[in-house]
Design a protein around this ligand. Structure first.
Ligand code: PGA
Length: 234
């Protein structure tokens, strides 16, 4: 595991963006696993900047996102499809049809999760997976006590995640209680993983990487992965 300590969010984004740039120069048709949340925004800004200068080329890439809220349409400003279009896809030269997210409106969640796992398999698995980390150590929406062996699944969000994410919803609007998420098994199959973490996540990152490997701290499973880079603000 490599730990890159940086002292600003902008630097965090730039360091992580270099990893994406190297990945796409080595393999233009890479499958990139992407994440939402506040933390990856500086990375997405850096990637958009590189793309505007023709320093990175997404034209052959595919992307798969970690998760999506249940019950939110892609046009909902808090849906992760909306987020990804706004912060990344509409700013880079990726083909929209190559950008994949779980469908939060699917009536049959199990079938939607199976479709997503099959899709990732058909793309040839994820080459570089981006992760954030929740204050409770979640990765994707794999909340504490998630088993490490599950693939994509429907999950109930914990109250702490609902509380943490409510800052992004308007007043009177409630955070969905359920989401579809890549499972930890899916995440661990990625060839490389990069986790970005702001200053507010320093304690949970330290617990995850230095403590026991424990399903109560889902990110601790990353200790078992052969190629993880953590870019963290200190
Ligand atoms: P954040 O979310 O980047 O908005 O803090 C990270 C996460 O919950 O995975």
């Amino acid at each position: 595991m490599r730990i890159e300590k940086v002292n600003s969010e902008q630097q965090m984004g730039e360091v992580a963006a270099e990893l994406f740039k190297s990945q796409l120069s080595a393999k233009p048709g890479s499958v990139l696993g992407l994440a939402t949340g506040t933390t990856p925004i500086s990375l997405y800004d850096a990637l958009a900047g590189m793309c505007a200068k023709n320093e990175i080329d997404f034209s052959a890439a595919n992307t798969v996102n970690l998760d999506e809220y249940c019950g939110l349409a892609p046009s909902h400003p808090q849906s992760y499809r909306y987020f990804m279009d706004k912060y990344l896809f509409d700013r880079i030269n990726i083909k929209k049809e190559n950008t994949h997210l779980l469908n939060g409106l699917a009536e049959d969640a199990a079938a939607e999760c199976a479709r997503y796992d099959a899709l990732i398999g058909s793309l040839g698995e994820v080459d570089l997976q981006l992760l954030g980390i929740g204050p409770n150590g979640h990765i994707g929406f794999n909340e504490p006590a998630s088993t490490f062996s599950r693939a994509t699944q429907k999950v109930a969000l914990t109250q702490s995640t609902i509380d943490a994410n409510s800052r992004l919803f308007s007043e009177g609007e409630s955070v969905p209680g359920y989401a579809l998420t890549m499972g930890i098994k899916t995440i661990m199959l990625a060839a490389k993983i990069v986790l970005v973490a702001g200053r507010d996540k320093e304690d949970i990152v330290n617990t995850a990487i230095n403590g026991d490997i424990d399903p109560m701290i889902p990110a601790s499973v990353l200790q078992l992965h052969r190629d993880v880079t953590i870019v963290m603000c200190v």
